[in-house]
Structure formats: structure tokens, C-alpha cells
Write a protein of this length. Structure first.
Length: 161
């Protein structure tokens, strides 16, 4: 952080030096000192905007912003331990279930490829085929609202017209 502070101090000094040099040039052209300073600042532009644009160019800005975001996130997690526990449990269950599903698919695909005459996927369906009506009805049998939608599925398992 000392390096960044030194860079910020150098930037502020460079801006002041630039404005002072322009002020001296204006005085040498015959302007009164107060008017020369106003003209120099006007010619330079918005000092704050120039400083912000210069800081944005520096390569360490995005890393510092990331670090600030991480610290803020950690502070928020420490302030609300209940949310932290729920979030960690959700992430753990989600990642674990996806990993288990992937392992199951990979082991099933490897087993089905070793059998002569087997289909491309362990479940017997490739990613382009539609599920059979009985499978859809079985999956949604506990949801009456979905049962009405299932009745519109053709018997061959294709898309409704």
C-alpha cells in the first residue's frame, strides 16, 4: 500500500506542477496572476477526472479493487454467520451433487462403451432424443398442474403440435 500511496502523491504533484507551469506561461503572456491560474486550471480540465483516468490506467487498480471486494465479502460473511452457514451448505451440496452426477455419468458411459451394440449414453438416450411419455408422467405424477401439461405430449414422445 505504501507504493500506491507514493504513486498517488506523485500524481497529485505532477498535476500541481503542470498547472503551475501553465500559470507561469500565462503570466509571461501578460495575464494577471489570478486570471492566469483560472485559465491554467480551465485548460487542464477537471483535475479529479484526470486523476481517476490516470489511476484506471495503472495495472494494479483492478487487483486492488478485487482485494477490496474480497475483504468486503468476508466482512459481510463474518457479520451474518447464519447466512454464511446456509451459503456454505448450499455450495457444498450443489458441488457435491454435481460431482457425483458427473462421476456416475462417466462411469456409466465407460461401461456402455465397452458393451457391443450399446447406445451412446448409459441411460439409453443421446442428447437429441426426447424422453418417453411414461418417464415424464412418472417424474411429475405428484404435481397435478403438470399432469395437464403431460396430457398434451404425444404418445410417441415427440413435441406437441
Amino acid at each position: 500500500m505504501r507504493r500506491r500511496q507514493r504513486m498517488l502523491d506523485d500524481l497529485e504533484q505532477d498535476i500541481r506542477d503542470h498547472i503551475e507551469k501553465e500559470t507561469q506561461d500565462n503570466i509571461e503572456r501578460g495575464m494577471p496572476p489570478a486570471e492566469a491560474r483560472i485559465a491554467a486550471v480551465r485548460k487542464f480540465g477537471n483535475v479529479t477526472r484526470v486523476a481517476e483516468e490516470t489511476r484506471d490506467v495503472w495495472s494494479s487498480v483492478w487487483l486492488e479493487q478485487l482485494w477490496q471486494d474480497v475483504r468486503l465479502g468476508l466482512r459481510m460473511l463474518v457479520k451474518s454467520p447464519g447466512f454464511t452457514v446456509v451459503a456454505l451448505l448450499s455450495l457444498t451440496l450443489g458441488i457435491g451433487s454435481q460431482r457425483g452426477d458427473l462421476q456416475r455419468r462417466q462411469s456409466g458411459a465407460a461401461a456402455s462403451q465397452s458393451l457391443p451394440g450399446s447406445r451412446s449414453r448409459a441411460g439409453g438416450l443421446d442428447h437429441h432424443s426426447q424422453p418417453k411419455r411414461s418417464a415424464v408422467c412418472f417424474l411429475h405424477s405428484g404435481f397435478p398442474g403438470l399432469a395437464r401439461a403431460e396430457s398434451r405430449i404425444p404418445a410417441d414422445g415427440g413435441h406437441p403440435a
